[in-house]
Ligand binder design. Sequence first.
Ligand SMILES: Nc1ncnc2c1ncn2[C@@H]1O[C@H](COP(=O)(O)OP(=O)(O)OP(=O)(O)O)[C@@H](O)[C@H]1O
Length: 283
Amino acid sequence: MANIKERNEIKKTVDTATLEDKTQGETKPEIIREPIFKTNNFNLWYGDNHALQDINLTFNKNEISAIIGPSGCGKSTFVKSLNRMVELVPIVRTEGEILYRDQDIFERKFTVEELRTKVGMVFQKPNPFPKSIYDNVAYGPRVHGIRKKQILDEIVEKSLRDAAIWDEVKDRLNENAIGLSGGQQQRICIARALATEPDVILMDEPTSALDPISTTKVEDLMQELKKNYSIVVVTHNMQQAARVSDTTAFFYQGYVVEHDDTKVIFENPRDQRTEDYVSGRFG
Ligand SMILES: Nc1ncnc2c1ncn2[C@@H]1O[C@H](COP(=O)(O)OP(=O)(O)OP(=O)(O)O)[C@@H](O)[C@H]1O
């Protein structure tokens, strides 16, 4: 096992460079990891409660980045900081930087609306509007001023296809979305998030209210989506993090204990607390 310094060096190389493996005399496809989000000493307080402490994380484009950790450690708070939704809580105060594509999301010139168009969110409990399936998906584009039926039709179909639910709902687009199963509702919510053409999708425990079959569908969908989007997912389900994610960050009591490739976090973690958590010794 490489020592910490060596492993940091390896990680640095992987994070910033183009990798070529010529060990077998052949060149493997290049792996380029391009940062999409980077936080620099990010801190957050709810009143006096210092809920996030010196968070330094980098998430890469076209990867699934998982956030794990025991209840109350700040996972949801962190993910809601990435699209500034957390600021809806009036007692919130933040310090430090969150860079989205190298741009500080707290800078004046970057509006919250612009940020949330680029960084969509899917919640724990499917929350479709009590409207038709069509109107749920067309909602965001309409807010952005798209009125032409033909364009809306195209966006709705593409979003539902990308969310892997088109075949199930194409003949009932005018039915109320509330009448769908939980798993279908969650994919409608994913389609709704996709309809505004985001770059990043934040998912806060997207399958915790779903049955195992729906969970598998959403996990398969995440694998498809990462080809075109970047995903940050909070999960309580360790197997899910291990199955779907490229990197995993382990949060504990408001700070990041360890962030690395998911394989390392689950098979060879540096920190005893990570080892104890991923092996189910506490949680
Ligand atoms: N709206 C809020 N107002 C005040 N404090 C809050 C609020 N939301 C969260 N907190 C506090 O911030 C800390 C982190 O909570 P958070 O919900 O981010 O944790 P979590 O890891 O997502 O937990 P869980 O896994 O149970 O969802 C906790 O101490 C919590 O009590």
